[in-house]
Design a protein around this ligand. Structure first.
Ligand SMILES: *[C@@H]1O[C@H](CO)[C@@H](O)[C@H](O)[C@H]1NC(C)=O
Ligand SMILES: *[C@@H]1O[C@H](CO)[C@@H](O)[C@H](O)[C@H]1NC(C)=O
Ligand SMILES: *[C@@H]1O[C@H](CO)[C@@H](O)[C@H](O)[C@H]1NC(C)=O
Ligand SMILES: *[C@@H]1O[C@H](CO)[C@@H](O)[C@H](O)[C@H]1NC(C)=O
Ligand SMILES: *[C@@H]1O[C@H](CO)[C@@H](O)[C@H](O)[C@H]1NC(C)=O
Ligand SMILES: *[C@@H]1O[C@H](CO)[C@@H](O)[C@H](O)[C@H]1NC(C)=O
Ligand SMILES: *[C@@H]1O[C@H](CO)[C@@H](O)[C@H](O)[C@H]1NC(C)=O
Ligand SMILES: *[C@@H]1O[C@H](CO)[C@@H](O)[C@H](O)[C@H]1NC(C)=O
Ligand SMILES: *[C@@H]1O[C@H](CO)[C@@H](O)[C@H](O)[C@H]1NC(C)=O
Ligand SMILES: *[C@@H]1O[C@H](CO)[C@@H](O)[C@H](O)[C@H]1NC(C)=O
Ligand SMILES: *[C@@H]1O[C@H](CO)[C@@H](O)[C@H](O)[C@H]1NC(C)=O
Ligand SMILES: CC(=O)N[C@H]1CO[C@H](CO)[C@@H](O)[C@@H]1O
Length: 680
């Protein structure tokens, strides 16, 4: 009894205490409650009126409410001044359109302004932004600004973070001298701003000694100074200069940022020369190095691997990702591999590396996720019972001499989304287990081997986007594929049977762009299911045993650049629905048994044609003069038909035929060469 009473008393005291604390707390808040300042509320109201779409973001902006509670607004907790205005959209569908009103100047304490992902309709960044003198954070990225960035931004001497990226090349600068006064800047992103006029860009950047992250991706930079008198950028962790035209050798000043740099991206520039032998060895913090798509030559220096060697006690600070693809690096990997065992991404594809890599050398690579040796002169020589310690996400082993047996170790890899083992001299059946691909699979390239066997139903692989099995000895029916597929290359095999299975993937909302099943032994009719082929760019059914008529729905392939039905047994007339295929550049119906007259609309409608092949058919009548309207024509083959009458005199219209320079690419591969060029 006494103990219950005691508990009750304790509880009462506790409740009383909570009550007191609560009261005190609410009183405290009341005492500190700040109200929005009238002039600032009016300024915000006026700023809002500059916008005219997607205004739901302003639903909480009611005049009766304290503006410090409006969505996207924050006030200083003691004075009530507006310090934050965050009106960024989450994506472009939500973007507000409008002006950027000067009423912002009536928010004199504004220190954080984010208007990213809105649509300012190609106006210039207004000069008055430079008068928001307390700004620390300014984000005008992806907001459709154009014109010259005003020098007045250089007045924002408290700025810590400036992001003007993602406005296309519509934004430009005359120079970057305005950066000179922004010494507190830690984050600068000018990606996509045209900086080509800024010859001294690096001198300006080098004034920013607090800089931690610098993104100058795709800025049309071309001038790459080799050295700086003194490198100020000693805090820099992220440096992205990818997708510029930087022309020079890897500059010395980079290596003076050595202790801090974690991410270094120099992809797709015009860097040449060798990778300096010593230099990278001092970059002890480097995590990601991307030097791909340059003209670098010589060996991969062993110092690259020292980055991780020196730092083995700390896993986070060792080199995790190394991208060197598309250069002219040579030599072997023998010296560097043993030291890279902690790496996650090793992409040295499309260089001139040579030598043999064995399973023993890859023994410790348990973190490896991306292995890309493609396009070198490397040999991957592993035992048939090899069970690697890694699970790869991407496997790039084009021309690594993996054959003649199908590589058994691939059976241990369960999660890869991309595999390229083309050109490996594999002369074997594709084992059943191989087709047990993970549901993550996106890209499969087994082309140019001597693979045999049949291909099972792959329609459950709903992420599969490219499949290239061409130039093998695969047989059986065409594989079933899901409508997510974009590029299908099955040419040069022994696939047989009807092709109506292709219709399975041409459902509503399919993604099919390239479809090449040429040079197989497919038979039956061409199915009439092309209505949903609106994305098809290349359709190649040439060199099969197809018979019957060309179906009407071919006319629905409005994006089609190349149509090849040649070397089959097709009969009937060219359907007039094809006059809608006005994007055609290549049309080859040669070596069939087509009849009727050559339609006049070919010349009137298919004005982009460069190759027209109608040879070895049963066409009769005369050559329509409208053919002369095809001014881009380079190859016109009407031979071996029953044509009569005169050759039209207007053939002197065929000006493109007289141009010499492109002829070589047609000799190499008349049909795909042009398409590849035009899609770049
Ligand atoms: C007001 O904000 C400052 C910093 O923003 C903070 O240090 C301070 O504790 C806040 N005061 C109150 C009463 O919340
Ligand atoms: C600027 O805004 C964009 C889009 O809202 C965002 O992704 C980016 O991280 C922001 N930049 C900075 C420096 O915060
Ligand atoms: C702002 O910058 C411009 C141009 O750089 C300069 O002429 C002007 O005096 C500056 N204004 C202030 C208030 O510092
Ligand atoms: C380094 O930065 C400081 C402060 O921003 C600046 O005064 C100095 O001129 C800079 N040095 C060089 C060589 O650019
Ligand atoms: C790079 O510069 C050199 C000499 O300055 C010049 O010869 C070369 O054409 C340039 N290369 C590119 C791709 O701009
Ligand atoms: C690397 O660092 C060492 C020691 O700090 C220094 O002596 C050497 O010159 C540096 N090498 C390069 C290429 O910067
Ligand atoms: C690598 O290429 C350079 C020229 O870029 C050449 O001098 C050197 O002999 C080549 N080395 C090897 C091993 O092929
Ligand atoms: C590839 O390397 C082998 C030696 O490993 C050499 O015999 C062959 O000529 C090289 N091929 C090419 C195309 O460089
Ligand atoms: C591959 O390794 C085996 C066994 O280690 C060896 O006999 C063979 O010569 C090697 N082949 C190549 C091309 O290095
Ligand atoms: C394919 O995978 C499933 C489940 O992962 C497994 O049950 C089946 O045996 C595998 N088939 C082959 C041929 O390896
Ligand atoms: C078709 O494939 C055969 C071998 O299967 C090959 O000899 C021939 O050159 C190929 N023809 C074309 C046009 O690709
Ligand atoms: C030995 C060595 O260079 N260690 C470095 C590893 O990386 C950290 C930073 O991430 C440096 O502080 C160490 O000096």
């Amino acid at each position: 009894m006494a103990s219950i009473l005691h508990e009750l008393v304790t509880m009462f005291i506790f409740i009383a205490y909570v009550f007191m604390v609560t009261t005190e707390y609410s009183l405290g808040v009341a005492a500190l409650k700040v109200q929005c300042i009238d002039s600032e509320q009016k300024a915000l109201q006026n700023f809002k009126e500059g916008f005219h779409s997607h205004l739901d973001r302003f639903s909480s902006w009611v005049p009766e409410e304290d503006c410090c509670k409006w969505r996207g607004v924050r006030c200083e907790n003691e004075t009530g001044h507006v310090i934050t205005l965050d009106l960024h959209s989450s994506d472009s569908s939500e973007a507000m359109q409008g002006q950027l009103r000067e009423s912002l100047l009536d928010l004199p304490y504004l220190s954080y302004l984010d208007l990213s992902l809105n649509d300012f309709l190609q106006i210039q960044i207004p000069e008055f932004i430079g008068s928001l003198s307390r700004l620390k954070y300014l984000n005008l990225s992806n907001a459709n600004f154009r014109g010259t960035i005003p020098d007045q931004l250089g007045n924002l001497s408290h700025l810590v973070s400036l992001d003007l990226s993602g406005n296309g090349y519509s934004l430009r600068v005359n120079n970057l001298n305005w950066l000179y006064h922004l010494s507190p800047l830690k984050f600068l992103d000018l990606s996509g701003v045209d900086l080509s006029n800024s010859v001294n860009w690096l001198d300006a950047i080098n004034m920013l000694s607090s800089l931690i992250e610098l993104n100058l991706f795709a800025c049309k930079l071309h001038n790459l100074p080799q050295s700086l008198p003194r490198v100020n950028l000693t805090s820099l962790k992220i440096l992205d200069l990818s997708f510029n035209s930087l022309n020079g050798t890897i500059p010395d000043w980079l290596f003076e940022i050595d202790q801090s740099l974690v991410f270094l991206y120099l992809r797709r520039n015009h860097l040449y020369g060798t990778i300096p032998e010593e230099a990278f060895g001092n970059m002890s913090s480097l995590d990601v190095l991307d030097l791909s798509e340059n003209n670098l030559e010589g060996p991969i220096p062993t110092t690259l691997s020292m980055i991780s060697e020196q730092n083995q006690s700390k896993e986070f600070s060792s080199l995790r990702e190394l991208y060197l693809y598309h250069n002219q690096l040579n030599g072997s990997l023998q010296k560097i591999l043993p030291k890279l065992s902690r790496i996650h991404v090793l992409d040295v594809s499309w260089n001139s590396l040579e030598g043999v890599v064995t399973d023993a050398e890859l023994l410790d690579f348990s973190n490896l996720q991306v292995l890309d040796f493609s396009g070198n002169n490397l040999t991957l020589n592993v035992s048939s019972s090899w069970a690697p310690s890694f699970q790869l996400e991407r496997i790039g082993l084009n021309s690594c001499k993996l054959g003649p047996q199908f590589p058994q170790w691939l059976r241990t890899q369960k999660h890869f989304s991309a595999i390229d083992i083309s050109m490996n001299g594999i002369s074997d059946a594709v084992p059943d287990w191989f087709w047990n691909l993970s549901s993550k699979i996106r890209h499969v390239n087994l082309s140019s081997n001597v693979l045999t066997g049949t291909v099972p139903d792959l329609s459950s692989k709903i992420k599969l986007s490219t499949i290239d099995l061409s130039l093998n000895k695969l047989s059986g029916p065409l594989p079933l594929l899901s409508s997510s597929i974009s590029k299908v290359f099955l040419a040069g095999n022994s696939f047989s049977g009807p092709i109506f299975r292709l219709c399975e993937m041409l459902k509503v909302n399919n993604s099919v762009r390239y479809l090449d099943v040429s040079n197989n032994t497919l038979s039956g009719q061409i199915p009439d299911c092309w209505t949903h082929g609106k994305n098809l760019v290349i359709l190649n059914l040439a060199s099969n045993n197809l018979a019957g008529k060309i179906p009407e729905s071919i006319g629905d392939l409005l994006q089609l650049n190349s149509l090849r039905f040649d070397h089959n047994g097709l009969t009937g007339k060219i359907p007039s629905s094809m006059k809608k295929c006005t994007s055609l550049i290549v049309l080859d119906l040669g070596q069939n048994r087509l009849s009727g007259e050559i339609p006049e609309w070919i010349g009137e409608n298919l004005l982009k044609l460069m190759i027209l092949g109608l040879s070895s058919n049963a066409f009769k009548g005369h050559i329509p003069v409208q053919v002369c309207l095809l001014e881009s024509l380079k190859i016109l083959d009407l031979s071996s038909n029953y044509l009569s009458g005169e050759i039209p005199r207007c053939v002197d219209n065929f000006k493109a035929m007289a141009e010499r320079e492109t002829v070589r690419s047609y000799i190499y591969d008349p049909y795909t060469a042009y398409i590849e060029d035009s899609s770049n």
